[in-house]
Design a protein. Structure first.
Length: 99
């Protein structure tokens, strides 16, 4: 019952006539983090945060998640490889929503 209500909230908030399956397929075509991390920008996470805010109204949660991305970006060392940066930040960047 809870899953059904959550799925309906996503559909009601995110699906549009132009993108009728956005709530289910939003991540399709986005690069996973290893493919898009040369500058430390996690596009998939930013889109996921947008979806969480619009589907569930979780603005504070979204703000907290986004602030983590900003902190990580400030600590990103352009002289290191992606792997070197992830390791220096504790190696916790192994997951992206939708993947």
């Amino acid at each position: 019952a809870v899953t059904s209500r959550l799925e309906h909230a996503v559909g009601d908030a995110l699906n549009t006539p132009q993108f009728p399956d956005w709530g289910r397929d939003w991540h399709a075509g986005l690069h996973n983090w290893p493919q898009s991390m040369s500058t430390g920008t996690m596009i998939g996470n930013i889109v996921w945060i947008y979806n969480v805010i619009h589907a569930y109204g979780m603005v504070d949660f979204g703000r907290e998640r986004y602030n983590v991305l900003i902190k990580n970006r400030k600590n990103w060392d352009v002289t290191k490889t992606m792997e070197g940066n992830v390791k220096a930040m504790g190696g916790a960047w192994s997951w992206m929503p939708g993947c």
